[in-house]
Design a protein around this ligand. Structure first.
Ligand SMILES: *Cc1c(COP(=O)(O)O)cnc(C)c1O
Length: 461
């Protein structure tokens, strides 16, 4: 059969409150055109993020009931640890309440002033935790990542020559570790190839540097390796996953993505000394090492989620449904970042709303347009998110790159929306494309000094 169906039946439903055009006009004005300030029940299709927004399975909910809430040595911890050991080959597993808690512990231990941390592209919380420690994050994406229309299969790859050059320039002593983000979230949800991971591993080994993974979407990355990388098509995703983790000296994961849970994270380390120090910090700020700031029931849900996420029929459905949205948008005349990645489709807003100058936020104009059209909530990733107030000299993170692209992210929650929901999104975007000249630029009337996209207020020009 050519049709790839949702490989699950729906057992519990959450009604969507439908809104009309007038409701949405009022909602937009009350939120001053910032969709982060809109209440979730005023949204029809919520594509703001894929983080923590997935649906759990009946087995995960059964695990929630089974949760062992003992302070130390809970059965749920051992079930969780077994699952992660089997999946990753790492012996020691530290649970954390989400990904950034693992990052904070790691960079408190290895960061600090003068240190430099390379990555294919740092996710924003990783970047912020590195800077918070006093260290400097450096992004080393491949050149092809800058072209939104190019169809390079592994746009998430690191520029290996650039890594060599950086090590040569700053010296290995200033680099505590090399990080690889899979998939590359900041770079459009694009995957990293096994060949690129191996090449980076080789450079790290030669310079005696640890290689770490920010592996929030490891399963989606592994499936794209199976689909796109030569000689990988006949391999099991689990084996590819093993190869990936097998190369790493340490891993941070937000389980809110491929862990298929609403909260949770983990830190994996091989070095016994680092593990010991991380365990002490975990106890200091998160909780005892067998629960790490989570409830026993959360560990059960994670144990089951990390099992379900490597099922190949799930991954085939997951990757195909994202691609389906990309195909539909392209056919409807909406320019997107190519090729479709795993967890989101990104509209190229600079091309879509080319009549709006960048200082009038074309991405935010598209975000507002999609909500006005059909109650769809998306996220601007461009001059609103990465720009800063005109007079802001000291607050602006020195290492934050000026945005190259004006993007609107349509992130797809896992196992939440059906094909007809996605058809609705495609239809709405197509209608918007047909009358794109009606999109209006915005100006900011109020903004905080940092992370302004969350609370800035706008008016239409
Ligand atoms: C979500 C995410 C994080 C941070 O995880 P939280 O659970 O939100 O703290 C880190 N890196 C990447 C690539 C992510 O997508």
């Amino acid at each position: 059969m050519k049709t790839i169906i949702e490989p699950f039946r729906i057992k519990t439903v959450e009604p969507i409150r439908m809104t009309g055009a007038e409701d949405r006009e009022r909602i937009l004005r009350e939120a001053d055109f910032n969709l982060f300030l809109v209440r979730a029940d005023d949204v029809i299709i919520d594509l703001l993020t894929d983080s923590g927004t997935g649906a759990m399975s009946s087995e995960q909910w059964a695990g929630i009931m089974r949760g062992d809430e003992s302070y130390a040595g809970a059965t749920s911890f051992y079930r969780f640890q077994d699952r992660i050991q089997e999946l990753t080959g790492f012996e020691h597993v530290l649970p954390t309440h989400q990904g950034r808690a693992a990052e904070r512990i790691l960079f408190e231990l290895v960061g600090g002033p003068g240190k430099i941390v390379p990555n294919n592209a740092h996710f924003d919380t990783t970047r912020a935790n590195i800077e918070h420690s006093g260290a400097t994050p450096v992004d080393l994406p491949i050149e092809e990542a800058a072209d939104p229309r190019g169809r390079h299969p592994f746009k998430g790859n690191m520029d290996v020559a650039g890594l060599e050059r950086l090590i040569g320039e700053v010296g290995r002593d200033r680099i505590p570790l090399v990080m690889m983000t899979i998939t590359n979230n900041s770079g459009g949800g694009q995957p990293v190839s096994l060949a690129n991971l191996r090449a980076v591993r080789e450079v790290c080994t030669r310079h005696r540097l640890p290689m770490f993974l920010d592996a929030c979407r490891f399963a989606e990355n592994a499936f794209l390796i199976k689909q796109r990388e030569p000689d990988q098509a006949n391999r099991a995703v689990r084996d590819i996953v093993h190869d990936i983790f097998g190369m790493a000296d340490g891993v941070t994961i937000s389980a809110k993505k491929d862990g298929l849970v609403n909260i949770g994270g983990l830190l994996l380390l091989r070095d016994p000394e680092l593990l010991h120090r991380a365990s002490n910090l975990l106890i200091l700020t998160e909780g005892f090492i067998t629960y790490g700031g989570l409830a026993g029931r959360d560990l059960e849900a994670m144990a089951q989620g990390f099992e379900e996420v490597v099922h190949e029929d799930y991954l085939a459905y997951r990757i195909r449904s994202t691609e389906y949205l990309g195909d539909g948008l392209r056919a409807a005349g909406v320019p997107i970042m190519e090729p479709p990645g795993a967890h989101a489709i990104y509209i190229d807003a600079a091309a879509f709303a080319s009549h709006i100058p960048r200082d009038q936020f074309p991405g935010q104009a598209v975000v507002v347009g999609l909500f006005r059209q059909a109650g769809i909530r998306t996220c601007e990733i461009g001059s609103v998110m990465f720009g800063s107030p005109p007079d802001d000299k000291q607050h602006r993170s020195a290492s934050t790159p000026r945005p190259r692209l004006e993007l609107v992210r349509l992130a797809i929650p896992r196992r939440v929306y059906t094909q007809s929901h996605i058809d609705y999104v495609i239809e709405a975007a197509g209608e918007l494309a047909a009358r794109r000249e009606s999109l209006r630029g915005l100006r900011i009337i109020d903004e905080p000094p940092l992370l302004r996209h969350f609370t800035a207020r706008f008016e239409e020009i």
